[in-house]
Design a protein around this ligand. Sequence first.
Ligand SMILES: Cc1cc2nc3c(=O)[nH]c(=O)nc-3n(C[C@H](O)[C@H](O)[C@H](O)COP(=O)(O)O)c2cc1C
Length: 172
Amino acid sequence: MAKIAIVYYSLKGETIAPGMKIVNLEKGHTAAAAEFIQEAVGGDLYELETVKTYTKDHMKMIYEAKEEWEKGIRPELKSYPDLSGYDTVFIGFPNWWNTMPMPVVGFLERCDWKGKKIIPFVTSGGSGFGKSIEDMKKYCPGAQIADGGAFLGHEVENSKQQITEWAKQAIQ
Ligand SMILES: Cc1cc2nc3c(=O)[nH]c(=O)nc-3n(C[C@H](O)[C@H](O)[C@H](O)COP(=O)(O)O)c2cc1C
């Protein structure tokens, strides 16, 4: 049986809900999706957390994230999960500026992907993966990148069945 890891990044705190409403989340949307996936297929769950804290004010935070991408900054993580014992790795992240957050980039490029299958999943305000899969191919040489699952952030909490079904077929 495949040895599965589920690795995700998710922002806690202020986020934008439909209608440009700012809401405060105790658990991010991608974190909720990652937990549904683990319930569905088992495996080990790893959260990527930055040492730094992003600006609390959401409207300022989104420009902080944009600057990281533009300048190629890889924010340091509290820990870097060792994926050497896994052959199937779900990688989950929110869509930030049409791609993946830089903390995820910083993690991906440190791993040895040869012979591993990546199953990406994203939560977004509507853009789905954007160009993140294209970018992922650059940062994960040697990986086989499977078709991913894209979920609307604000609907994740009510999409357990859909996410469960997707995760189960994704590991086949
Ligand atoms: C910095 C930043 C940039 C974002 N850029 C996009 C975007 O380009 N397209 C989109 O559909 N959603 C975008 N969003 C919305 C998030 O992808 C969405 O709210 C996601 O579900 C958040 O997941 P999380 O709660 O796990 O962090 C952005 C959010 C942030 C914080």
